[in-house]
Design a protein around this ligand. Structure first.
Ligand SMILES: [Zn+2]
Length: 67
């Protein structure tokens, strides 16, 4: 079970895919974790990415992530 504050390294370690879901327009997208690890580091908590991710559909930062 993924923990609430799993770090980005968790995704690469278990070869999991990160999904981002926009709560405004219900758009969902699969995000490649490799560039995220490069940018924020392997210890960055996955749920905190929601502060950085901008929806490609509506441009809002109202996303939720799951994996
Ligand atoms: Zn959206």
């Amino acid at each position: 079970m993924p923990s609430e504050d799993a770090p980005l390294a968790y995704l690469s370690k278990h070869k999991l895919r990160l999904m981002v879901y926009c709560r405004d327009c219900q758009r969902s997208a699969q995000v490649d974790h490799a560039p995220l690890i490069k940018k924020y580091g392997p210890h960055y908590p996955i749920p905190r990415l929601t502060h950085h991710l901008k929806c490609t559909g509506c441009g809002k930062r109202n996303a939720t992530v799951f994996w």
